[in-house]
Ligand binder design. Structure first.
Ligand SMILES: Cc1cc2nc3c(=O)[nH]c(=O)nc-3n(C[C@H](O)[C@H](O)[C@H](O)COP(=O)(O)O)c2cc1C
Length: 252
Protein backbone atom coordinates (compact mmCIF):
# COMPACT_ATOMS: atom_id res chain seq x y z
CA UNK A 1 0.00 0.00 0.00
CA UNK A 2 1.14 3.60 -0.55
CA UNK A 3 2.62 5.13 -3.69
CA UNK A 4 4.32 8.38 -4.68
CA UNK A 5 5.35 11.20 -2.41
CA UNK A 6 6.53 9.21 0.59
CA UNK A 7 7.58 5.91 -0.89
CA UNK A 8 10.09 4.63 1.72
CA UNK A 9 7.77 4.88 4.71
CA UNK A 10 4.67 3.51 2.99
CA UNK A 11 6.33 0.62 1.23
CA UNK A 12 8.29 -0.45 4.30
CA UNK A 13 5.15 -0.42 6.41
CA UNK A 14 3.25 -2.08 3.62
CA UNK A 15 5.69 -5.00 3.60
CA UNK A 16 5.35 -5.36 7.36
CA UNK A 17 1.59 -5.28 6.99
CA UNK A 18 1.19 -7.65 4.12
CA UNK A 19 3.71 -10.23 5.33
CA UNK A 20 2.98 -10.72 9.06
CA UNK A 21 5.59 -12.77 10.91
CA UNK A 22 4.62 -15.52 13.33
CA UNK A 23 5.00 -13.12 16.24
CA UNK A 24 2.84 -10.54 14.58
CA UNK A 25 -0.83 -11.02 15.39
CA UNK A 26 -3.67 -9.94 13.14
CA UNK A 27 -4.35 -7.16 15.67
CA UNK A 28 -0.76 -5.89 15.29
CA UNK A 29 -1.24 -5.96 11.56
CA UNK A 30 -4.41 -3.86 11.81
CA UNK A 31 -2.68 -1.38 14.13
CA UNK A 32 0.16 -1.07 11.61
CA UNK A 33 -2.38 -0.42 8.89
CA UNK A 34 -3.94 2.36 10.95
CA UNK A 35 -0.50 3.88 11.66
CA UNK A 36 0.23 3.72 7.95
CA UNK A 37 -3.06 5.37 7.00
CA UNK A 38 -2.52 8.09 9.61
CA UNK A 39 0.98 8.73 8.23
CA UNK A 40 -0.35 8.88 4.68
CA UNK A 41 -3.04 11.34 5.71
CA UNK A 42 -0.55 13.45 7.69
CA UNK A 43 1.96 13.66 4.86
CA UNK A 44 -0.73 13.94 2.15
CA UNK A 45 0.65 10.94 0.29
CA UNK A 46 -1.45 8.99 -2.14
CA UNK A 47 -3.15 5.99 -0.56
CA UNK A 48 -3.46 2.71 -2.45
CA UNK A 49 -5.43 -0.39 -1.42
CA UNK A 50 -5.03 -3.72 -3.14
CA UNK A 51 -7.78 -6.34 -3.02
CA UNK A 52 -5.87 -8.09 -0.18
CA UNK A 53 -5.52 -4.82 1.74
CA UNK A 54 -9.29 -4.38 1.53
CA UNK A 55 -9.87 -7.84 3.01
CA UNK A 56 -7.51 -7.12 5.90
CA UNK A 57 -9.10 -3.81 6.91
CA UNK A 58 -11.05 -3.26 10.08
CA UNK A 59 -14.75 -3.94 9.36
CA UNK A 60 -16.05 -0.41 10.05
CA UNK A 61 -13.16 1.24 8.21
CA UNK A 62 -13.81 -0.97 5.15
CA UNK A 63 -17.55 -0.34 5.32
CA UNK A 64 -17.01 3.43 5.40
CA UNK A 65 -14.49 3.36 2.57
CA UNK A 66 -16.37 1.05 0.22
CA UNK A 67 -19.66 2.84 0.85
CA UNK A 68 -18.18 6.17 -0.15
CA UNK A 69 -15.75 5.19 -2.95
CA UNK A 70 -18.41 5.02 -5.69
CA UNK A 71 -19.46 8.64 -5.33
CA UNK A 72 -22.48 10.56 -4.10
CA UNK A 73 -25.74 8.64 -3.76
CA UNK A 74 -29.41 9.49 -3.83
CA UNK A 75 -31.01 10.27 -0.47
CA UNK A 76 -34.56 9.02 -0.07
CA UNK A 77 -37.04 8.02 2.55
CA UNK A 78 -38.87 4.89 1.54
CA UNK A 79 -42.29 4.72 3.20
CA UNK A 80 -44.65 1.75 3.41
CA UNK A 81 -47.72 0.57 5.33
CA UNK A 82 -48.31 -3.01 6.45
CA UNK A 83 -51.53 -4.90 5.72
CA UNK A 84 -52.63 -4.22 9.30
CA UNK A 85 -52.04 -0.48 8.99
CA UNK A 86 -48.62 -0.01 10.65
CA UNK A 87 -46.50 2.54 8.80
CA UNK A 88 -42.75 2.35 8.26
CA UNK A 89 -40.19 4.78 6.92
CA UNK A 90 -36.46 4.18 6.31
CA UNK A 91 -33.55 5.93 4.62
CA UNK A 92 -32.25 4.33 1.40
CA UNK A 93 -29.26 5.50 -0.63
CA UNK A 94 -29.30 2.90 -3.40
CA UNK A 95 -32.39 4.07 -5.27
CA UNK A 96 -31.55 4.71 -8.88
CA UNK A 97 -33.36 5.25 -12.15
CA UNK A 98 -33.38 2.19 -14.44
CA UNK A 99 -35.16 3.60 -17.46
CA UNK A 100 -37.71 6.25 -18.38
CA UNK A 101 -40.03 4.34 -20.70
CA UNK A 102 -41.51 2.56 -18.84
CA UNK A 103 -40.54 4.68 -15.81
CA UNK A 104 -38.56 2.21 -13.71
CA UNK A 105 -36.50 2.51 -10.56
CA UNK A 106 -34.40 -0.03 -8.71
CA UNK A 107 -32.85 -0.28 -5.28
CA UNK A 108 -30.72 -2.72 -3.36
CA UNK A 109 -32.06 -4.38 -0.26
CA UNK A 110 -29.62 -5.70 2.35
CA UNK A 111 -29.70 -9.44 3.16
CA UNK A 112 -33.08 -10.47 4.54
CA UNK A 113 -31.41 -12.51 7.31
CA UNK A 114 -33.01 -10.10 9.83
CA UNK A 115 -36.64 -8.86 9.58
CA UNK A 116 -36.90 -6.06 7.01
CA UNK A 117 -40.16 -4.15 7.45
CA UNK A 118 -39.81 -2.17 4.23
CA UNK A 119 -39.34 -5.37 2.23
CA UNK A 120 -42.18 -7.25 3.95
CA UNK A 121 -44.60 -4.35 3.47
CA UNK A 122 -43.66 -3.99 -0.19
CA UNK A 123 -44.11 -7.72 -0.82
CA UNK A 124 -47.42 -7.78 1.09
CA UNK A 125 -48.98 -4.63 -0.38
CA UNK A 126 -47.11 -4.13 -3.68
CA UNK A 127 -46.59 -0.40 -3.14
CA UNK A 128 -44.27 2.11 -1.49
CA UNK A 129 -43.28 5.75 -1.78
CA UNK A 130 -39.89 7.35 -2.46
CA UNK A 131 -39.43 10.79 -0.88
CA UNK A 132 -36.41 13.04 -1.44
CA UNK A 133 -34.78 13.94 1.85
CA UNK A 134 -34.56 17.71 2.23
CA UNK A 135 -31.91 19.69 4.06
CA UNK A 136 -33.89 20.27 7.25
CA UNK A 137 -34.86 16.58 7.59
CA UNK A 138 -31.41 14.97 7.58
CA UNK A 139 -31.19 14.18 11.28
CA UNK A 140 -34.59 12.51 11.44
CA UNK A 141 -34.03 10.83 8.09
CA UNK A 142 -30.82 9.28 9.37
CA UNK A 143 -32.54 8.11 12.54
CA UNK A 144 -34.99 6.02 10.51
CA UNK A 145 -32.15 3.54 9.95
CA UNK A 146 -32.33 2.56 13.64
CA UNK A 147 -33.56 -0.99 14.17
CA UNK A 148 -37.06 -0.52 15.53
CA UNK A 149 -39.35 -3.55 15.79
CA UNK A 150 -42.22 -3.92 13.31
CA UNK A 151 -44.82 -2.67 15.82
CA UNK A 152 -43.06 0.72 16.06
CA UNK A 153 -43.39 3.28 13.29
CA UNK A 154 -40.38 5.51 12.67
CA UNK A 155 -42.95 8.25 11.99
CA UNK A 156 -43.72 8.14 15.74
CA UNK A 157 -40.05 8.32 16.71
CA UNK A 158 -39.15 11.33 14.57
CA UNK A 159 -40.68 14.62 13.46
CA UNK A 160 -41.32 13.10 10.02
CA UNK A 161 -45.03 13.15 9.16
CA UNK A 162 -47.18 10.83 7.07
CA UNK A 163 -49.17 12.29 4.21
CA UNK A 164 -51.76 10.43 2.11
CA UNK A 165 -52.34 11.42 -1.50
CA UNK A 166 -54.94 10.17 -3.98
CA UNK A 167 -55.88 7.06 -1.98
CA UNK A 168 -52.45 5.50 -2.39
CA UNK A 169 -52.02 2.80 0.28
CA UNK A 170 -48.47 3.80 1.24
CA UNK A 171 -47.83 7.09 3.05
CA UNK A 172 -45.75 9.87 1.52
CA UNK A 173 -43.48 11.98 3.73
CA UNK A 174 -44.74 15.50 4.35
CA UNK A 175 -42.36 18.36 3.49
CA UNK A 176 -40.36 16.28 1.02
CA UNK A 177 -40.45 18.30 -2.17
CA UNK A 178 -40.27 15.43 -4.65
CA UNK A 179 -42.28 12.26 -3.99
CA UNK A 180 -42.93 9.13 -6.04
CA UNK A 181 -45.67 6.56 -5.61
CA UNK A 182 -44.28 3.21 -6.78
CA UNK A 183 -45.56 -0.27 -7.65
CA UNK A 184 -43.31 -3.27 -7.02
CA UNK A 185 -42.66 -5.37 -10.14
CA UNK A 186 -39.89 -7.90 -9.60
CA UNK A 187 -36.97 -8.86 -7.37
CA UNK A 188 -33.58 -10.22 -8.45
CA UNK A 189 -31.32 -12.14 -6.10
CA UNK A 190 -27.67 -11.05 -6.14
CA UNK A 191 -25.89 -14.24 -5.08
CA UNK A 192 -22.45 -12.57 -4.73
CA UNK A 193 -23.48 -10.82 -1.50
CA UNK A 194 -26.93 -12.20 -0.69
CA UNK A 195 -28.75 -8.95 -1.47
CA UNK A 196 -31.84 -8.27 -3.58
CA UNK A 197 -32.47 -5.77 -6.30
CA UNK A 198 -36.08 -4.65 -6.36
CA UNK A 199 -37.43 -3.26 -9.60
CA UNK A 200 -40.49 -1.03 -9.42
CA UNK A 201 -42.61 1.21 -11.60
CA UNK A 202 -43.25 4.89 -10.91
CA UNK A 203 -47.03 5.37 -10.82
CA UNK A 204 -47.28 8.89 -9.38
CA UNK A 205 -44.91 11.87 -9.25
CA UNK A 206 -45.52 14.88 -7.00
CA UNK A 207 -43.32 17.96 -7.35
CA UNK A 208 -44.30 20.31 -4.60
CA UNK A 209 -43.48 23.57 -6.37
CA UNK A 210 -43.51 24.22 -10.13
CA UNK A 211 -40.28 26.25 -9.75
CA UNK A 212 -38.48 22.93 -9.26
CA UNK A 213 -39.25 21.77 -12.81
CA UNK A 214 -37.83 23.45 -15.91
CA UNK A 215 -39.57 23.69 -19.30
CA UNK A 216 -37.78 20.58 -20.67
CA UNK A 217 -38.93 18.41 -17.76
CA UNK A 218 -35.66 18.48 -15.82
CA UNK A 219 -35.99 18.71 -12.05
CA UNK A 220 -33.68 21.16 -10.35
CA UNK A 221 -32.82 19.22 -7.22
CA UNK A 222 -31.00 22.20 -5.75
CA UNK A 223 -34.22 24.22 -5.90
CA UNK A 224 -36.01 21.20 -4.38
CA UNK A 225 -33.48 21.30 -1.52
CA UNK A 226 -32.93 17.56 -2.05
CA UNK A 227 -29.75 16.36 -0.36
CA UNK A 228 -27.23 13.74 -1.40
CA UNK A 229 -25.46 11.03 0.62
CA UNK A 230 -21.73 10.48 1.06
CA UNK A 231 -21.07 6.97 2.38
CA UNK A 232 -23.35 5.76 5.14
CA UNK A 233 -23.64 8.80 7.37
CA UNK A 234 -22.72 11.97 5.47
CA UNK A 235 -25.47 14.21 4.10
CA UNK A 236 -24.69 17.11 1.76
CA UNK A 237 -26.46 19.94 -0.01
CA UNK A 238 -25.74 19.94 -3.73
CA UNK A 239 -24.85 23.02 -5.78
CA UNK A 240 -25.41 22.95 -9.53
CA UNK A 241 -22.29 23.70 -11.59
CA UNK A 242 -23.96 23.80 -15.00
CA UNK A 243 -26.25 21.99 -17.44
CA UNK A 244 -25.01 21.08 -20.90
CA UNK A 245 -26.68 20.36 -24.22
CA UNK A 246 -26.85 16.76 -25.51
CA UNK A 247 -23.23 15.77 -26.20
CA UNK A 248 -22.31 14.88 -29.82
CA UNK A 249 -18.94 13.67 -31.20
CA UNK A 250 -16.55 16.50 -32.16
CA UNK A 251 -16.08 16.97 -35.95
CA UNK A 252 -12.24 17.22 -36.06
C1 LIG B 1 -27.46 6.55 4.72
C2 LIG B 1 -28.11 5.18 4.74
C3 LIG B 1 -28.44 4.56 3.55
C4 LIG B 1 -29.04 3.29 3.55
N1 LIG B 1 -29.35 2.69 2.38
C5 LIG B 1 -29.87 1.44 2.36
C6 LIG B 1 -30.14 0.78 1.14
O1 LIG B 1 -29.94 1.30 0.05
N2 LIG B 1 -30.64 -0.49 1.21
C7 LIG B 1 -30.90 -1.11 2.40
O2 LIG B 1 -31.36 -2.26 2.40
N3 LIG B 1 -30.68 -0.48 3.57
C8 LIG B 1 -30.18 0.77 3.58
N4 LIG B 1 -29.94 1.40 4.75
C9 LIG B 1 -30.31 0.74 6.00
C10 LIG B 1 -31.79 0.93 6.32
O3 LIG B 1 -32.12 2.30 6.46
C11 LIG B 1 -32.08 0.20 7.65
O4 LIG B 1 -31.75 -1.18 7.51
C12 LIG B 1 -33.49 0.33 8.10
O5 LIG B 1 -33.56 -0.12 9.42
C13 LIG B 1 -34.45 -0.47 7.25
O6 LIG B 1 -35.70 -0.33 7.83
P1 LIG B 1 -36.77 -1.48 7.86
O7 LIG B 1 -36.19 -2.66 8.58
O8 LIG B 1 -37.87 -0.84 8.61
O9 LIG B 1 -37.08 -1.79 6.45
C14 LIG B 1 -29.33 2.66 4.78
C15 LIG B 1 -28.99 3.29 5.98
C16 LIG B 1 -28.39 4.54 5.98
C17 LIG B 1 -28.03 5.21 7.28
Amino acid sequence: MGHTGFEPVTSALSRRHSEPTELMTQKDSKINKLVLITLCLYFHTMIYYSRDDIDNLDKIFRLNMINSCTGFKSANLLATKSTNGKTNVAVFSSITHLGSNPPLIGFILRPTTVPRDTYKNIKDTGVFTVNHITKNQVEDAHHTSAKYSSDISEFDKTELEEEYLDNFHAPYVKNCNVKLGCKFLEEYYIKENDTLMLVSEIMHIYIIDNKIQEKDGWLNLQTAKSVTINGLDGYLSAKLINRFPYARPKKS
